[in-house]
Design a protein around this ligand. Structure first.
Ligand SMILES: Cc1ncc(COP(=O)(O)O)c(C=O)c1O
Length: 361
């Protein structure tokens, strides 16, 4: 076995006990004499698993009863379009706080359907901070206010909930869902692609205030209709059964870890360790993000000389530290330290970084 510490931004590392359980029951699942991928999604065993996964998720996130939980497809990207289609009328104003590349994409994908307004953007500062609330221009008649609680590429995270007043708040939680507790009642919609903190790709988790599903929205096929999905238990068509099953195992693992309070403590400790290593490197490593907005999940950093990048990547990979190459929009390195990354992995990374700096400083 040569499994390494995997710092990939997504698809990302999964908890090892989850992979082990999946391996153990891959050929025969729950006495079905077939694998979970080979049985009907309408059969008793799968439906029971789906219900249990929703119940576990509701416990983890303390989801109030007036919210539905949906297990959708199409990635978070599809939601950039599907959300306006469901909760805004054609051309209605919809507001966006843009703090990085994913927020920008959410705006551009919504434009065919709504008057997507940028209520605030930190682009001028190269996406290294969150905007102060007094700088936002939110339209009280907007269908919703959309933001990205954690920008995966720029490593910028909101550490406080934006106050959207009476406008429903919509959060793209793709890279921070389940990393800490969140007050669901403050949101209209929370959604997240699965492939970082939930499970494998192919699944999108959505928590939506039921009342929003009563909005008429816009002309759309039934498969894109949240209310229709909710009515059918997210099984209007064949769901990604393997991804759903693995997400269910991850929810159980999170509960065994002590839930989201415990994960928040661990995640903060991991992030503190890594940022301290960067900040105390005498300028060898740098993270450009304002301390108040530094992500607990995705930590981009540059080396003092980009000519050292390829050696850093080659040597880190040889040391069992995978996928540290930064996104091309930001350059340098990026360490994604989601729930499944143990503190030992971050310790191994900071030790490697200190050693590399000593040898190349
Ligand atoms: C914050 C955020 N939103 C959206 C996406 C797009 O997700 P998907 O590939 O599931 O469409 C990503 C992917 O990395 C992301 O990090």
């Amino acid at each position: 076995m040569s499994r390494a510490y995997n710092f990939s931004a997504g698809p990302a590392a999964l908890p090892e006990p989850v992979l082990e359980q999946a391996r153990d029951e891959l050929l025969e699942w729950k006495g079905e004499r077939a694998s979970v991928m080979e049985v009907s999604h309408r059969g008793k065993a799968f439906v029971a698993m789906a219900e249990e996964s929703e119940a576990d998720l509701r416990t983890l996130l303390a989801v109030p009863d007036d919210y539905a939980v949906l297990f959708l497809q199409g990635g978070a990207t599809q939601q950039f379009a599907q959300i306006p289609l469901n909760i805004a009328t054609p051309g209605q104003a919809a507001d966006y706080l843009v703090t990085g590349a994913w927020g920008q994409k959410a705006v551009s994908e919504a434009k065919p359907y709504v008057n997507a307004r940028i209520a605030a953007s930190t682009e001028e500062g190269r996406f290294t901070d969150v905007p102060d609330a007094d700088s936002w221009s939110v339209d009280p008649a907007a269908a919703y206010l959309h933001y990205t609680p954690n920008e995966t590429i720029h490593g910028v995270e909101f550490h406080a909930l934006p106050d959207s007043g009476d406008v429903p708040l919509v959060g793209d939680f793709s890279s921070t869902i389940l990393s800490r507790p969140v007050d669901v009642s403050k949101f209209g919609i929370i959604y997240a692609g699965a492939q970082k903190n939930i499970g494998p790709s192919g699944l999108v988790l959505m928590v939506i205030r039921r009342e929003l599903m009563e909005r008429s929205g816009q002309a759309r096929a039934k498969i894109l209709n949240f209310a229709a999905q909710a009515k059918e238990g997210s099984m209007l068509n064949t769901p990604p059964t393997l991804s759903w099953y693995l997400a269910g195992l991850v929810f159980k693992w999170l509960r065994e870890q002590g839930g989201l309070e415990a994960m928040a403590k661990r995640n903060q400790a991991k992030a503190d360790l890594l940022y301290a290593a960067i900040d105390n490197s005498g300028g060898f490593y740098r993270n450009p993000v304002a301390p108040r907005a530094r992500s607990w999940m995705n930590v981009p950093f540059t080396l003092k000389d980009a000519a050292l990048d390829s050696a850093f990547l080659k040597e880190s990979e040889a040391a069992g530290l995978l996928a540290l190459k930064g996104h091309r929009a930001v350059g340098g390195m990026r360490a994604s330290i989601y729930n499944a990354m143990p503190i030992e992995g971050v310790k191994a990374l900071v030790d490697f970084m200190a050693d590399f700096a000593r040898r190349n400083g």
